[in-house]
Every structure is written in C-alpha cells, then in structure tokens.
Design a protein around this ligand. Sequence first.
Ligand code: AMP
Ligand code: MG
Length: 403
Amino acid sequence: MTAQLTPIEEALAHLLGKAPVITATERLPLTESFGRILAQDYQAPADVPPADNSSVDGYALRAEDYVPGQALLVSDRIPAGSAPSPLKPGTAARIFTGSEIPAGADTVIMQERVEVTDSGILINAEVKADQNIRRRGQDLAKGSLALGKGTKIRAQEMGLLASIGLAEVTLVKKLRVAILSTGDELVDPGTPLGPGQIYNTNRFTLLALLAEAGCEVVLCETLKDTRTATRETLERAATQADLIITSGGVSVGEEDHVRAVLEEFGELSLWRLAIKPGKPLAFGSIKGTPVFGLPGNPASVLVTFLMVAMPYIRTGQGRLRIHPVGLQLPAAFNTTSTSVRREFIRARIESVNAEARVSAYPNQSSGVLSSACWADGLAVVPEHSTVAEGSLLTYYPFTELLS
Ligand code: AMP
Ligand code: MG
C-alpha cells in the first residue's frame, strides 16, 4: 500500500469500477416512491392530456364564426370533467380551465375579453384560431418515454407518473448502508458529557445524508477504539448491509483501527486522497462487503461523502447521471493553494452588485461543521492554484451533490 495521495479522479475511477449495481427491485404504491429510483422505463400508455382542453375560463368558438361587433349566442356550458357535445355552428360555448374543447370549436377567448349581453357575447379582442387551447398529448404523446430507468423520483416525477395513471411503480431496492462511528471520546446526544468526551456528530450527518440518497440505514453502535471491537463490528455489519460507512479511525495514529482492520482482515484498495478536507479516506471491503472509511472530522465526513461516496452510491443505484455538474461562477474571495490536494470549500452563492458570486465561509477547519450549515454548496480550489476575486471557479450546490 503506497502512502502517495491518490487524485480524486483516479480514486473515483477505481471505486466506480468496483461498485456493484443493485438488480433487486420492489413494487410499491406511487405514494411511497418519493426519493426512490425507477427500476424500469415508463412509457405513456395514452396521450397526456388525453384531449384538447381550455387553458382559461372563457368561451369556445370557431374563429371564423365570429363577426366583429355581432353578438354570438352562447349555446352550451362545459364544466371541467364533462364530455362536451359538438359545438352548434355559429355559436359559442361557456368553457372553464381544463374543460374539453368541443368538436367544432378551434379557439377559446378568455372571459376578461368578453362582454355578456342579452343577445350573446361580444368580444373585445382579436379572434384567431388556436388560442388558449392545450393540445392533446402536449405533455406526453401516447407511447413516448415518460421517465427512464435510473431516474430519481422527485416531486415532479411523482406527479408525472400519476399523470400516466400509475398507482404502483417498480423501484430499485434500497441500498442498505451500515453507519459505524469510531472513537472512545464519542457519546450520543442526550447524555451529559464527561471529561474528554464529545457528542457523536457524524452518525447524524450520515443518517441524514443516506436518507437523502435514498438508502436504508443500518445503525451500528458507536465503536470503541480497539482492534477487536472494530473487527467484530465491521464483520457483523458486513452481514447486515450492502455497504458500510465508518467515520474516524482511518488516520495514522495507533488508535486508528479501521484501516488496519481492513488491511489485515479484509481488503484495503484505496487510502489517502489528494483532497482537502478528507485526506485519510480509506476504501476496501470486509467479508466481501465494501467499506468507506471516512475521516472523523465532521466537515470531512460531509465533503468525502458528497464527493466520493455519492457517485459510488449513484452507480450502485443504476442512476442515469453519476457525476455532479458544477457551475462556473466568479469567486468573491482570494486564496492560493500550494498543495497537491484539491480543496473543497464550504461556500454559498451571494449577490455582489447584482452578480452571483461564490463566497467562502471564513473558517474552513474540518472540525467546523457550522461552515457547512452556513454554506449551500462546495467550491473547488484546484491543486497549486490561485483563486482571485472575480475569477471563475467550480461550485457544486449541495442539492446537486445529493441529487
Ligand atoms: P479520528 O480520525 O478518529 O482521529 O478523528 C478525527 C477527529 O474527528 C477527532 O477530533 C475526533 O474526535 C473527531 N471525530 C471522530 N468521529 C467523530 C464523530 N462521530 N463525531 C464528532 N467528531 C468525531
Ligand atoms: Mg478516532
């Protein structure tokens, strides 16, 4: 095992090549599909919308029937949800948003442009065919692809699946991920802190990150810094989960047992990345189950999970897009890196003289998790580079990194 720092691209290529793609699926009610991944393509079985319909409240007519200044008789009333009769030639029909356009009508005039008189309606607008009509199939044509396999279901995908009439969907089974925190100093929130103790923060950050990533969490007890406890807990987690994520214990101290246990009793295929924060990240397996050994510092956990573990999880989920897309935005700060490590800065977009600029949290210590609460994303400071105010840098919104 080399102590060289592995560039992140190289690390990702290695990891993604190893990620097992989940083939197990489950069928669930659409109501339970939020945040999950589609396991198959879905085509529209019929046109959406199924018929031409009005986009406004108003009057449907045939454009050429209208003679300016002459009142047009209103011969019908078509509430939404009813099946309209064909329009009588030379008349108009009262119509509402979402009502089907009657056969024989080719335009809808919004009611604000119409004066209702005893002898019919007068129109204060130019009357042209094709106005205010939402065409049948304009959203999805019958037989076209509504959503592809590997799509993550957000609110809009849930709505779209409902619009093609699906009550149940076939989803990729959730990846089961065990969370394991190491550290003799850790206690769970709710207990008073004794001397030398701190609260276990990472367990909660990871719990929420995995929930957002659409994974099922297996929570393991907090691990004492001993070789035996580390080995036993890792081996047990390996039988319960598809992936294990640990925090802490991957550095070079003699109390850092995760990496050592992987090396001795499993496999260690990656250790030490050229990134900041997060350098000591380890990857390997125990009893055949992949293990991400994330560093212990709370901000390092967040950064390494988002930049390294998320692409791996997306690959396992069979997602359409694996790598996040960054935005190119001008920096609102100056910094110089003399390091071979690519830096991921907790940052956010702020408006400076009406221009979007990326601001950095002043304290970028990997122990400062407030930096990530202040931030909306991560900005990249490339290795051996200078970022000057106004120069472009890559910015990844958290929403993109967790998408
Ligand atoms: P380690 O890599 O185990 O040496 O941990 C690095 C730093 O992160 C130490 O200051 C630890 O106390 C801290 N740390 C490790 N695990 C956690 C955790 N679960 N919650 C909060 N801080 C942690
Ligand atoms: Mg530790």
